[in-house]
Ligand binder design. Structure first.
Ligand SMILES: Nc1ncnc2c1ncn2[C@@H]1O[C@H](COP(=O)(O)OP(=O)(O)OP(=O)(O)O)[C@@H](O)[C@H]1O
Length: 824
């Protein structure tokens, strides 16, 4: 195919159109749109004025009208020319105008006589506006200005039409001769219509040509056609849009060009600026070498005169992000003497608050050596009564202040009853002490680091007397994508506002010229949404990512193996789960996993039993909410497993809701009583103290199976957890990444199993596994997801009769218990 040569459009092409567009003949007609007060083209005809349809504007009732604007707009529409160009008229144009004026005069006379003949009955001719739409185009209207008077500027462009007038006159005459009757009634109107029509067509054509240069060129002076050979004309290189690149480049440089760290990188802490003494303590706690993400983050956060910006970390689950910020933060604070609130760590759940508290405590010991300050750590997460929490994190201090002392003394004397005064009831959880002479009672932080949930932090900011962020120089936001997406009580605005003000010198970093607040933002699934990140008001941020991932991708731990199990009949899904738990697949995958646990030894452990019977409420007696360890509990009529199951590994099972977790936990116990003592339940409605006990029992190996809602899908570090089972499909790729990331942590192996129902298969394979037609996933993984067959013990895709019977009995019992019937 060869391209046709198209001459370029002439520059002044558009400006020619007005000249080509003739003025409507109606310029010489009096018009119904005449506005009194402006000189009409000719005196109004009394007969016409009597027409009932005619709209006559009365000067007295009308405000003065400035039509110049609308006229200009209309003209511009028509001509495509600006006013500035209008005065440029050619000589020939001028002479044409003169000719036209003569023609106008004669036409005016002719028109007058026609009108006299026509009389009052011909309305259409009276109001040309009603005729104009006949052309199917509103464009002609502008041929008349809004006063009904021909626009002189438009008139000037009508010379060409005037030249054709004699022809039309002749034609009209011929027609009149042919049909004298018509002429009597419609002749004038028809004549006008034809004239309008021809004008409109030309204008229309001109306007079209303006938009379609190809057509316009046809009317133009023909450019000599350039003949080409048969070879195609040289074409520019086709532009290939690399969408990923485009998206990437829309990010600011710090997000688009992150600092990349190899996932297998490891270095001794001493090489990263941690003293040998501190490193020794860390080693004794199990932290021998720094993990990859720590090797990148520590140098950026440890004291240094040149590296001072904020840090954003996007690294896989279990890669050691916690230590990467806790170490430098504690290191910095341990250099001080006075206890002030220096750091805030914000986390989405209480369990994570407690977990990070343990990590902080491990590190405080490491930096308390060599005379460093023993950093004090507090938590605020709403697990205690507010006043109690206040008294844990804030305390009174006697400050020498004679002037303040006198002032307070005067104030106190003005209150008759101090007990009732507002002054006394300051909402603080401590009994107020009496000030020493010449001292005032102030409030001071009892902790250097506060680990908290966002809602509780805001409460303390708003309600706890003396609670201030004036000295805070570290703000850590862990699981940032979650915290930024859900703005609990507008916590971020509240905190950033407080951090933006402060006393001079209060935020100075010891041993550095840095002053201010260092922000460290972390997640395994870090958002690149700038509208969210902007809320953090980061200063000169740097992004750390683990190599192998691009913007918007989230990588799984390298030693994680993933499996998918097809569920042929969802109504038997719990049986598939039981079969998986009792299959050879549920084996230890790491050498150092605790020895095989026999059921008999576990049942004797009181703590495991109590933890295993986690319930949704505080009451252990609440039905349907726990896998009770009552000895006298009757067993299902037919036993599923005659052999003693041995679970040599640890399993975390995710369900879609609290309710589902509780039901499944109970059903598992009913279907497989041998497993019952090993099962614990974790849901968001479980009391914090119970959750803590369950987690401890699991860490000790007393519990081996945890059934949980998504409460523990983020951040929770379950020691030696080897298998994660997605009993219910997670709601998103992000949720999948966090759930399966509870295993294969800290360089260990782990397995993730997903039960996939037929209706979910498409979504799972495309969006989560990234396989099949139209696959699209943000998840980066070392190996493909493997398909595993489980259950279906009859070989025909179903379960044996005996199992189905047991199953139905268990379901029946579960529903009776849910209906209020207690456990026997
Ligand atoms: N240098 C280290 N040496 C040995 N173990 C480490 C080291 N750093 C961290 N760990 C351990 O690795 C595990 C995972 O660490 P951490 O909880 O910080 O991971 P994470 O990256 O925050 O994961 P998530 O994104 O799931 O919250 C923890 O058990 C932690 O104690």
């Amino acid at each position: 195919m060869y391209n046709r040569y198209i001459p370029p459009p002439k520059e002044n092409q558009a400006s020619k159109f007005p000249q080509a567009a003739p003025a409507a003949s109606s310029t010489s007609e009096p018009d119904s749109r005449d506005v009194p007060g402006q000189a009409p083209a000719e005196p109004a005809q009394p007969a016409l004025a009597a027409q009932p349809q005619r709209i006559v504007f009365d000067d007295a009732n009308l405000p003065p009208v400035d039509h110049s604007k609308s006229r200009r707009t209309i003209d511009e529409q028509l001509t495509g020319a600006t006013e500035g160009k209008k005065p440029k008229k050619s000589k020939s144009k001028k002479s044409k105008e003169e000719t036209k004026q003569d023609g106008e005069e004669s036409e005016l006379k002719e028109s007058k006589s026609r009108k006299r003949k026509r009389g009052e009955s011909n309305q259409a001719a009276v109001d040309p506006v009603t005729e104009l739409p006949e052309e199917g185009d509103a464009t002609p209207k502008p041929q008349l200005n809004i006063d009904g008077v021909a626009d002189p500027e438009t008139e000037a462009t009508n010379a060409a039409d005037e030249e054709r007038k004699p022809k039309r006159e002749k034609k009209k005459k011929r027609k009149q001769d042919d049909n004298p009757d018509t002429e009597m009634v419609d002749g004038d109107a028809d004549g006008m219509r034809r004239r309008h029509k021809s004008v409109f067509e030309k204008v229309h054509k001109a306007l079209q040509a303006k938009h379609d240069p190809e057509d316009a060129n046809e009317d133009e002076e023909a450019e000599p056609e350039v003949e080409h050979g048969l070879e195609p004309l040289p074409q520019p290189e086709p532009v290939v849009f690399d969408e990923s690149k485009l998206t990437y480049e829309t990010l600011p440089p710090w997000l688009a060009s992150p600092i990349r760290v190899a996932p297998d990188m490891a270095r001794p802490f001493t090489e990263l600026g941690i003293s040998p003494e501190s490193s020794k303590v860390l080693e004794s706690k199990g932290f021998k070498d720094a993990f990859a993400v720590q090797t990148a983050v520590l140098p950026l956060l440890l004291p240094s005169p040149d590296r001072q910006g904020d840090v954003v970390v996007a690294a896989p689950t279990g890669s050691g992000k916690t230590l990467s910020y806790v170490l430098p933060m504690v290191h910095d604070i341990s250099k001080g003497r006075v206890t002030r609130l220096r750091a805030i760590i914000v986390l989405p759940t209480r369990d994570l608050v407690q977990q990070v508290q343990l990590a902080c405590e491990a590190c405080t010991a490491a930096f308390a050596v060599n005379g460093g300050k023993k950093v004090k750590i507090g938590t605020a997460m709403g697990h205690k009564v507010f006043r109690e929490e206040q008294s844990v994190i804030m305390g009174e201090e006697q400050r020498y202040d004679p002037q303040g002392y006198e002032k307070n003394l005067k104030k106190q004397n003005t209150f008759v009853n101090l007990e009732d005064s507002d002054e006394e009831d300051d909402g603080f959880g401590l009994e107020r002490s009496q000030p020493l002479p010449y001292h005032v009672i102030g409030y001071a932080s009892k902790v250097d680091i506060l680990i908290c949930t966002p809602g509780r932090l805001v409460e303390h900011i708003n309600k706890t007397p003396g609670f201030s962020l004036d000295y805070v120089r570290w703000l850590i936001v862990d699981e940032a994508d979650k915290l930024l997406a859900q703005d609990f009580q507008q916590w971020l605005d509240t905190v950033t506002e407080k951090l933006s003000i402060g006393r001079p010198g209060a935020r100075d970093f010891p041993g550095s010229n840095k002053s201010g607040v260092r922000k460290v933002i972390l997640s395994a699934t870090m958002t690149r949404d700038l509208s969210l990140l902007n809320g953090l008001k980061l200063s000169r941020p740097k992004l750390i990512v683990v190599e192998g991932t691009k913007a918007g991708e989230q990588s799984l731990p390298p030693l994680l193996k993933e499996f998918a199990i097809k569920i042929r009949d969802p109504s038997f899904k719990p049986l598939y789960l039981v079969d998986l738990l009792q299959s050879k697949h549920m084996a230890a995958v790491n050498q150092d996993t605790a020895d095989e646990v026999s059921v008999g030894s576990e049942t004797s452990d009181a703590e495991a039993s109590s933890s295993g019977s986690e319930s949704e409420s505080d009451s252990d007696s609440e039905s349907g909410s726990s896998s009770s360890s009552d000895d006298d509990e009757p067993q299902p009529t037919a036993k599923l497993n005659t052999k003693q199951p041995k679970l040599s590994t640890t399993v975390l099972i995710f369900t879609k809701s609290n309710e589902a977790a509780l039901r499944l936990s109970r059903l598992l116990a009913l279907l497989s009583p041998d497993l019952e003592p090993l099962i614990g339940t974790l849901t968001s409605s479980t009391k914090t103290s119970r959750r803590t006990r369950t987690l401890r029992a699991f860490a000790q190996g007393k519990l081996r199976i945890l059934v949980a809602s998504d409460l523990v899908s983020r951040g929770i570090d379950l020691l030696n957890l080897e298998h994660v089972i997605n009993y219910d499909l997670p709601i998103s790729e992000t949720s999948y990444v966090h759930r399966v990331g509870r295993t294969a942590r800290a360089g260990k192996k782990g397995c993730a199993w997903t039960l996939v129902e037929h209706a979910e298969a498409r979504r799972f394979w495309r969006e989560y596994a990234g396989e099949g037609k139209g696959a699209s996933t943000s998840i980066v993984r070392a190996d493909k997801v493997e398909r595993i067959r489980i259950g279906e013990d009859t070989g025909d895709g179903g379960f044996g009769e005996e199992r189905v019977k047991v199953y139905e009995e268990a379901l029946g019992r579960l529903s009776r218990e849910a209906g209020g019937e207690g456990r026997k």
